[in-house]
Design a protein around this ligand. Structure first.
Ligand code: SAM
Length: 207
């Protein structure tokens, strides 16, 4: 991680009020694919890591049993709670948590985990630990939308801020996911530096 958790949190706190006004088409496409691939149903508990202002969590809540949004920025979480309240969405809970410590137990297993445009803040070894943590929560599906490299990124057109972000290659992410027991069931390339990976694992019932 190129910045500490506190530094990232402070950065997002300061942008929280206008974060939702600042999205390009690649972000929108990525978010829509994460929502589509999550395919959360009425019995599913969904965990959204790096939930921010709740874009993904709030879109999934009407389809899921319960949605848990976790983030390190209280400013972003406050915006998410405000939107949930304004939209009358009651089965979503936003609170503090990190990729390493999502702060979800002991309320029961997570069925579907999602994360959009957040994991690229972690170094590759930290992404690997985060993916192992997500697998350990029992989630049968993990949908990861993020900045990720499908080839060699054009240094003149970085889709990220090199001083704060640390994106991985698709190969590194796929390796971490399969090492944690997931199978990759879909790869969506939105841009040469943005994509969505869908990872699934056999549940105890299905195994
Ligand atoms: C670019 S925003 C994306 C927010 C949201 N997922 C979306 O799609 O709009 C990245 C979010 O990740 C959060 N974040 C960064 N590092 C994190 C970590 N280690 N654990 C949890 N959240 C983190 C930030 O606070 C921020 O809200």
């Amino acid at each position: 991680m190129k910045k500490t958790i506190d530094e990232h949190a402070a950065r997002f706190d300061s942008h929280a009020a206008d974060y939702d006004d600042d999205h390009g088409p690649e972000y929108r496409a990525c978010a829509d694919l994460v929502i589509e691939h999550a395919t959360a149903g009425p019995e599913d508990v969904v965990l959204d890591l790096g939930t921010g202002t709740g874009e993904i969590a709030l879109a999934l809540a009407p389809h899921a049993k319960r949605v848990i949004g976790r983030d390190i920025s209280e400013g972003m979480l406050e915006q998410a709670r405000r939107k949930a309240s304004a939209e009358g969405i009651e089965n979503v809970e936003f609170g503090p948590g990190t990729f390493r410590e999502p702060n979800v137990s002991p309320e029961g297993p997570v069925d579907v985990a999602v994360s959009n445009f957040a994991m690229h803040h972690l170094a590759d070894d930290e992404k690997r630990t985060a993916i192992e943590t997500i697998a350990g929560l029992g989630s049968r599906r993990f949908v990861l939308g993020d900045v990720m490299f499908f080839g060699s990124p054009d240094p003149d057109e970085p889709f990220y801020s090199p001083e704060v972000d640390d994106p991985a290659t698709v190969g590194t992410l796929a390796d971490a996911l399969t090492s944690a027991g997931f199978s990759i069931t879909a790869v969506e390339r939105v841009h040469e530096q943005v994509g969505v990976l869908v990872a699934e694992r056999a549940t105890d019932e299905a195994a």
